[in-house]
Write a protein that binds this ligand. Structure first.
Ligand code: SAM
Length: 279
């Protein structure tokens, strides 16, 4: 009898417990960021790369120091694009490294952009920041002047690839990367910079890479296994190229300082990564 009662209770409670667990895993106990990341993974919008929005202020100080030195003679105000700007910390950091610059942020996630818009309202009021929701540079007005620096930091990656499966196309397709990065590259002024880190896809295998020269490297992070255009895991490099300078001169633009050492190692300082699976 007691046993039956016990069973009865279990039978009655089980659906409730399941429902609670389900609710908890889908909503409660998760941060807004985790919920947004889960939502993106569920709906898989076209051209989604990294679903996680993990970001912190001043995440790449050594890379920004390097690019700052390289643009020191470029005419002001600088024009900067943060592709995959998430909740705006990267734009705030850019503003502190490049005061007075004109900034543009793009992110695929409307909720993250809403947080960025609130966080950066004073920059928007000053007319120094524009935010766009979109999955590529195609969301920008076509007549926007080109940028001095385009950053795509921790965007061309997916946390499931940290385990280095043999192929990557179940999470990231090289063709999507190539199309997207070509669009971004087209927005860099001649002599300007394309900055990418925490990346799983090899920019040097894209056709547009021929228009750029590598400027700076960091020690390879084993959590960023690299894949080629053939979708296969590559032998892991010792260094990751994180900064490229656009080569060709097409008009009266300031050439900026010469990049004497094409592949300066700027590893010191390290890159702040999120907890595993959140970079
Ligand atoms: C890990 S966060 C990086 C944030 C910031 N760049 C940083 O490095 O700290 C990756 C961001 O890329 C965005 N993202 C992923 N695919 C995108 C796409 N196709 N277009 C624009 N944003 C994208 C995500 O919504 C997320 O906010």
């Amino acid at each position: 009898m007691g046993f039956a009662k016990h069973l009865g209770i279990r039978i009655r409670l089980l659906p409730g417990i399941r429902a609670l667990r389900l609710l908890r895993s889908h909503h409660f106990g998760r941060s807004a960021e985790e919920r947004e990341s889960a939502r993106l993974q569920r709906i898989r919008p076209d051209n989604l790369f990294q679903p996680s929005g993990f970001t912190v202020p001043n995440r790449y100080p050594h890379i920004l120091r390097e690019v700052k030195a390289l643009v020191q003679d470029a005419p002001r105000p600088l024009r900067l694009l943060s592709f995959g700007c998430s909740t705006g910390e990267e734009l705030l950091t850019l503003d502190s490294h490049f005061p007075g610059s004109l900034m543009t942020g793009i992110d695929i996630s409307a909720p993250r952009l809403a947080i960025a818009a609130e966080r950066l309202s004073s920059l928007r009021q000053q007319g120094r920041l524009q935010l766009f929701q979109g999955a590529s540079a195609d969301c920008l007005p076509p007549d926007l002047p080109p940028f001095d620096i385009v950053l795509a930091m921790s965007v061309f990656r997916h946390h499931d690839l940290e385990a280095a499966p043999a192929r990557c196309s179940h999470r990231l397709r090289f063709a999507d990367f190539e199309k997207t990065v070509t669009g971004l590259a087209g927005r860099v002024r001649p002599g300007g910079f394309l900055c990418m880190t925490n990346n799983h896809l090899d920019f040097t295998e894209t056709a547009v890479a021929a228009k750029f020269e590598p400027c700076a490297t960091t020690r390879h992070d084993p959590r960023n296994p690299l894949y080629g255009a053939d979708d296969r895991l590559k032998p892991q490099p010792e260094r990751d190229i994180v900064l490229f300078r656009r080569k060709e001169q097409t008009g009266p633009v300031s050439p900026g300082p010469a990049v004497a050492d094409h592949r300066r190692d700027i590893s010191s300082g390290g890159i702040t990564s999120g907890p595993t699976g959140q970079t």
